[in-house]
Ligand binder design. Structure first.
Ligand code: GUN
Length: 622
């Protein structure tokens, strides 16, 4: 798969199949080959480019089997896009005893031309014992290992493991080795019973132990209410039979839940039912016609949610969107809290900053990955040997910037300022997300020992605020202690005449870094990179010699040429590019977290902005 945009674990990607590309996040409507409720042409028109059907139903229905085997599944369903087939596992769980084994079902799916073939995994219930689930995980792996498909067909090896995180972890890493595509299975009972907190744990354990280069699918998870949260946790694809199941029960899907047709007065403007029928007219229709129209409404609701989720990923604010949407149901809110408490697992996937401002409506919003990173840094900053002083809320309001700066420069302290109920280093006042945030008044006043103010003379100054500021940002961005190496005494700071903000830092006439107005982080030049090179282990990507030659000229680094990458590289942060001999050849921005770089064999790993030979940011395949 090719990843185009990321926001933490969420991504917009392209999954290649024999019958075309699936643009993810995507939902595949479930098509029952016996009863086509909505013609596939209409499903396509709403925006669904791939579908899923059940090969077990086809296999055991002679009429369908004959056509599928003679003409192929695409002909049978009259659909030319990607088709995924399921294997009968779920039917076995619901109805018991399925007559065909794994090998037979995989071969059958291949023979009818399925694009994504699913193994006959072992479904387990959330209530099943650890031992039962553990042996199901092992047997599922054995089945996947023994399944072979045509090179261009994708083999879907389901991750099982019930609600046991260690079994999900085991299943996920084992299945990653033998599959091209990873559905998360065994979750339908959790979805049906609104057990969203359990789902968060199951998805997270499955996702973070899987190969990042494989698409993740949530079996049965296509309700619009849960889609954004699942995508935030790294799910790329869903299937949905709910659109038709709910329609048969006279129910309509909405972004925040479900409504009974019996109680509806009007249809929302986005619904295909709006302006077409009154609710009474729909209620008066025959069953088949009513199911068709309600299915159409439900498909549009799902498609809208996918589209909104994709937009949020592009904006980099899916977390915020999920936080807001979690108000729809108390269990969803619980799940959001469960997710927030595990922000430490997500933090390493989160970019260094995002484009817009962060919203902080309440304390729960302070549990997200960006604030966690900031808090971690603040704790290490406070642990330094200097005395800690806090600027109080009222001092921050009443004192001028010059007065505060004077107090800062008069003494070597660790000075903290209040921000959303916590304290953060004053030097990070312009760094994301401290400045780029909008907070509600729910955050109360901070209690702390107030700072003493007094006037000082220039010759009494112990330090320079601007220099300490860029040093602190460098420590935050590149690691503790880097600030002093990158910006030694004698560094020269240049500010914007218009805004008064720091723009560049130079040493001996050479610019070493620029401070970005957008997020208050630094961008290293090649001269800056040279200074920190001996201490850059956590920021280093090693590339093949062929690649190094191009990167030195300013061309981007591609994942397939990465030999080694520090697992601590944060996506969007400056990264030093080295050749195999450890020689620095370029500096740029990581396009993905360091530990993912070697998992992909396509796409850019580092967007180079300066090469040793001076050119800037170009694309090449080497
Ligand atoms: N459909 C819903 N859940 C599952 C599952 O766990 N495995 C398979 N193969 N299909 C499913």
């Amino acid at each position: 798969m090719e990843v185009l945009h990321r926001d933490g674990l969420a991504r917009i990607a392209r999954v290649k199949t024999r019958h075309g590309i699936i643009n993810t996040p995507a939902v595949m409507p479930v098509i029952n080959p016996n009863i086509i409720t909505v013609p596939l042409k209409e499903i396509e028109k709403i925006g669904f480019s791939a579908i899923i059907t059940n090969s077990y139903i086809i296999r055991r229905t002679e009429k369908l089997r004959t056509v599928a085997q003679e003409k192929g599944i695409h002909s049978l369903l009259n659909f030319s896009g990607p088709i995924m087939t399921d294997s009968g596992t779920f039917q076995e769980y619901v109805y018991g005893g399925v007559e065909f084994g794994n090998e037979e079902m995989v071969r059958f799916q291949e023979s009818i031309g399925s694009d994504i073939v699913t193994i006959r995994d072992i479904f387990t219930n959330p209530d099943d014992s650890y031992e039962t689930v553990s042996s199901a995980v092992n047997e599922t792996y054995e089945r996947a290992k023994n399944s072979t498909v045509h090179e261009e067909t994708l083999l879907a090896g389901t991750i099982q493991g019930g609600i046991y995180p260690d079994l999900r972890k085991r299943s996920s890493s084992m299945m990653s080795r033998v599959s091209d595509y990873l559905p998360i299975g065994g979750v339908v009972p959790l979805l049906e019973n609104y057990r969203y907190s359990d789902l968060v744990n199951v998805i997270l354990a499955s996702k973070i132990n899987a190969s990042m280069s494989l698409p993740i699918h949530l079996f049965g998870g296509g309700h619009p209410m849960f889609i954004p949260m699942a995508v935030l946790l790294g799910v790329d694809l869903f299937d949905s039979s709910s659109y038709v199941k709910y329609a048969r029960g006279g129910r309509l899907l909405y972004p925040d839940g479900t409504r009974d047709l019996d109680r509806i007065f009007e249809f929302p403007p986005w619904s295909p039912l709006c302006d077409k029928f009154t609710a009474d007219e729909l209620r008066g229709m025959g069953e088949a016609e009513k199911t068709y129209w309600l299915s159409l409404h439900n498909l549009v609701a799902i498609s809208n949610e996918i589209s909104e989720t994709r937009e949020r990923i592009r904006e980099g604010n899916l977390w915020q969107y999920v936080e807001w949407r979690s108000q729809a149901h108390p269990y969803l809110r619980d799940a959001f809290r469960t997710l927030s408490r595990q922000a430490w697992k997500i933090e390493k996937f989160q970019e260094i900053s995002k484009k817009g401002a962060m919203f902080f409506p309440d304390q729960v919003s302070m549990l997200g990955p960006y604030v966690r990173r900031l808090k971690k840094f603040t704790s290490s900053y406070v642990a330094r040997k200097y005395p800690v002083v806090c600027v109080s809320d009222s001092q921050l309001k009443k004192k001028s910037a010059i007065e505060i700066r004077g107090a800062y420069e008069s003494k070597r302290t660790t000075m903290l300022v209040p921000w959303n109920g916590i304290h953060v280093p004053i030097e990070l006042e312009e760094t994301f997300p401290v400045q780029q945030s909008i907070s509600s008044r729910l955050f109360g006043m901070h209690r702390c020992r107030s700072l003493q103010f007094g006037s000082i003379r220039e010759d009494e100054k112990e330090r320079n605020f601007d220099l300490e500021k860029v040093r602190a940002v460098a420590d935050y961005q590149y690691g503790p202690g880097i600030g002093h190496i990158l910006f030694p005494d004698g560094s020269e700071i240049r500010k914007s005449k218009k805004t008064g903000r720091i723009r560049t830092v130079s040493l001996g006439g050479n610019i070493t870094a620029t401070l970005r107005a957008m997020d208050g982080f630094l961008t290293l030049t090649i001269d800056g990179a040279r200074l920190i090179d001996p201490y850059s282990r956590n920021l280093s990507v090693t590339v093949t010699d062929d690649s190094a030659e191009f990167n030195a000229k300013g061309f981007n680094v591609f994942c397939k040429f990465v030999v080694k990458a520090s697992p601590r590289i944060i996506s969007g942060n400056d990264t030093l590019v080295h050749d195999r001999n450890g020689k620095l050849v370029a500096v740029g921005k990581a396009a993905l977290p360091g530990f993912e770089m070697r998992q992909f064999d396509n796409g850019i790993a580092v967007n180079v902005h300066s090469g040793l030979e001076g050119h800037h940011g170009k694309d090449t395949d080497g």
